[in-house]
Ligand binder design. Sequence first.
Ligand code: SF4
Length: 332
Amino acid sequence: MKTFEFRHATTVEDAIASGNAPGARYLAGGTNLLDLMKGGVEQPEALVDLRRLALTTIAPTAEGGAFIEAGVTNSAIANHPLIRAQYPVVSHAILSGATTQLRNMATAGGNLLQRTRCPYFMQTAFSSCNKRVPGSGCAARHGFHREHAVFGASDACVAVHPSDMAVALAILDAVVHVQGPDGRRAIPIDGFFALPGTTPDVDNTLRDGELILGIELPPSDLADHSWYLKVRDRHSYAFALVSVAAGLRVVDGVIASAGLALGGVAAKPWRLYEAERILVGRPPGEEAFHAAAARAMDGAEPLPQNAFKIDLGRHSVVRALHMAAAVRGDDA
Ligand code: SF4
């Protein structure tokens, strides 16, 4: 492994001053970054350790939502009473991912910044990967792409984002709060991840040196009926082939509002706005759920090995909506 400098940051400002240097990377739980460094995929000049920063609380906001600081572990988020009560889909999504040991180390900020698990990206033995080595080509397009994107891909890259939590955050209209050399700003989750286009090496819209401070969850009316369905090749410790975050607010037997997003199909959580609109005003049930599912995969552009995701996506949407309608709050 290449040698690198290691710096402990003691304040946010101190971290940003170090993190803004060329070749520097922030280190939190390290569950993804250290693996990539061991394999030579990531080769930072310096690691800026964030673990001494006090970014480890979850608190209610004045607006009635919640603020999850960036250093809170995935386990702490999933098991927090406020998250379980008001945002059970977040808890459910996190618990469907990784293992207990990894969830105990991985953090909220790191969850958003984890990198694709495309095998050609993860292994330096493969020479063509535009995300790892810009301009080198995309081995997946004409190689193994069964798990890859059906939405939002480009000639340069067809990778998917691996986060489960982010899919749940999408239907909640979460906001990512960051601070950088030019001050603080808030990024809606829908604008946080970058589609590959011609620059697949860029995963998100963070600017140089920006540090994630936390994730704001606005008040939600989807808590009573929500579900996270993850379809994968084995029941644990596997990434989604397709996942669905679904939330419904039902008033007097009619869907008053809905949230629906897919994971495992794009380089970002894929929000299904049109399917959400179809659900509103209908009674929850077969007719409404199939009508939404029929539109869910509109615009998909599968590759030869992942065309199965079209049918799988539709069926998963129906299943997730049924589960969301059947549960109440934290029953999941
Ligand atoms: Fe690399 Fe993206 Fe192609 Fe995978 S899909 S080989 S990450 S460029």
